[in-house]
Design a protein around this ligand. Structure first.
Ligand code: FPP
Length: 238
């Protein structure tokens, strides 16, 4: 029996890495790896729903990913639209609230509109918050927060002495979302790659060699077992 995760597992964040290598191993083009990623996303949503996890953030496209070949970027954007249109009924039925994090205005109009419609449609849902990080960069998020705070200072609404960690957190893209309890990265890479830099200060990190298209319910449960075996002290002694 797995222990009740609700008390200590509100937010799971995942860096979905290894799609390209998964495809290459099979002699397929890189984009086939991105297509294969969809099943793993389904599984992650399913497991989070079963466990009563409140937030699942998926790093789907970083601010740096725009530098990839145009054909691959276009493919991922089309895949995003296809994913939303193909899954919105099911997500809505499962009481999932779809949200995003990142500079949504960078996205082409088609997927942006699809996302906006899906977010609007599911905005009243009270189950899992599925947060797609799109055109997301941790440094960009911090920079955007600093600009907002600077405007507040210039306008006389914020005094420098009022700048606290809480105030900075309140200027992050989704300030109502609790910091991730665990950040999982697939594919064997062990770095954060500009993901949730501020929010992951006290997160546990689980790195697994499994490539994202092979990361299904069982692999997610294994990663969560690893997380539960850790003792979180948040910098304190006990
Ligand atoms: C990392 O694998 C994956 C990405 C940069 C893109 C992630 C995109 C998806 C999972 C699909 C689109 C999203 C949705 C929500 C449908 P990689 O290409 O860096 O793999 P590699 O490191 O093996 O080359």
């Amino acid at each position: 029996m797995r222990s009740d995760p609700k008390a200590d597992l509100r937010h799971i964040a995942i860096i979905m890495d290894g799609n390209g290598r998964w495809a290459r191993k099979r002699g397929l083009t890189r984009v086939k790896g991105h297509s294969a990623a969809e099943k793993s996303i389904h599984d992650a949503v399913e497991v989070c729903g079963e466990l009563g996890v409140e937030y699942l953030t998926l790093y789907a496209f970083s601010t740096e990913n725009w530098t990839r070949p145009k054909a691959e970027v276009n493919f991922i954007m089309k895949l995003l639209s296809r994913f939303i249109k193909g899954n919105i009924d099911d997500l809505d039925k499962k009481n999932v609230r779809l949200r995003t994090s990142g500079r949504l205005n960078d996205l082409p109009e088609g997927p942006r509109k699809d996302l906006e419609l899906a977010m609007e449609r599911t905005s009243g849902n009270t189950g899992l918050n599925l947060i797609l990080a799109l055109s997301y960069g941790g440094r960009a998020e911090l920079k955007d927060a600093f600009v907002q705070i600077a405007h507040g200072i210039t306008a006389g609404d914020i005094a420098p002495s009022e700048i606290t960690e809480e105030l900075i957190s309140a200027h992050m893209y989704n300030s109502d979302v609790p910091d991730p309890d665990v950040v999982i990265r697939t594919s064997g890479e062990q770095r954060l790659s500009n993901f949730l830099l501020w929010e992951s200060a006290y997160s546990e990190f689980v790195f697994t060699p499994v490539l994202w298209p092979d990361f299904h319910a069982e692999q997610l449960h294994n990663a969560l077992d690893d997380y539960r075996s850790r003792k979180r002290r948040f910098g304190g002694l006990e």
